[in-house]
Unconditional design. Structure first.
Length: 224
């Protein structure tokens, strides 16, 4: 997570402890699409970039079991030092020597300019925490971060007014083809349904040519 580092981002991750929570369902969706994105990559090295990576759950669990784990070089960017350290520890336990976790501001392109253009890009947990104009700004700058045919995974809540249809249109305008968009409802057995309108997961393929990253670019600012 990014913006002003606060203990609540650490506490927020406790939601993953409930396998029926919206946290856990979203995680399974993201991980499924991340695995599929790796499957689609051509032979050779795969560069993966995850912004606001938190504990690295979106990616590390996938890489630990994926048959192409040795092909992947991954850079995870997370501002909160406790969450970043948890991600490092989890990657080490999984034997993922080519996963690098950077304690840095994921909004600043200069902090990961050496990790682009990425073949798989995760911008999960961002669009629900920044102003609408920053979402648009970020989407239209993603071609600077993506290789040709790269897969981008993103998440956003669906609370009123639901911005996800507009975000999907921005991706199309920025040169992306939508692969899938998940907006699940709470199952009957869910322990809590109050936050299920937070869940949507999108996957899109970059159809254009990579653009050079512009030094000094700030993608977004988190809302306090």
């Amino acid at each position: 997570m990014i913006g002003r580092v606060a203990a609540d981002w650490v506490a927020w991750h406790a939601g993953y402890d409930d396998p029926l929570s919206s946290h856990s369902v979203r995680l399974r969706l993201v991980q499924g699409h991340a695995a599929a994105a790796l499957d689609r990559c051509p032979s050779g090295e795969i560069l993966v970039l995850s912004l606001c990576a938190g504990e690295g759950r979106d990616l590390i669990g996938v890489l630990a079991e994926h048959p192409r784990r040795e092909d992947v070089r991954a850079v995870l960017v997370e501002l909160d030092p406790e969450l970043a350290e948890r991600a490092r520890a989890t990657a080490a336990e999984a034997g993922l020597a080519r996963v690098e976790v950077r304690t840095a501001d994921a909004a600043l392109v200069d902090g990961f300019a050496d990790a682009v253009p990425a073949d798989v890009l995760l911008v999960c947990g961002i669009f629900g925490n920044i102003p609408d104009d920053d979402i648009r700004h970020t989407v239209f700058h993603l071609p600077q971060l993506c290789a040709s045919d790269a897969t981008v995974l993103w998440t956003r809540h669906r609370r009123d007014p639901d911005l996800t249809p507009t975000i999907r249109s921005w991706f199309a305008e920025a040169g992306f083809e939508e692969l899938t968009f998940d907006a699940p409802e709470a199952p009957p057995e869910a322990t809590s349904t109050s936050r299920w309108n937070w869940i949507s997961v999108g996957a899109a393929r970059f159809c254009g040519d990579p653009k050079p990253a512009v030094p000094g670019t700030r993608l977004f600012t988190f809302v306090d």
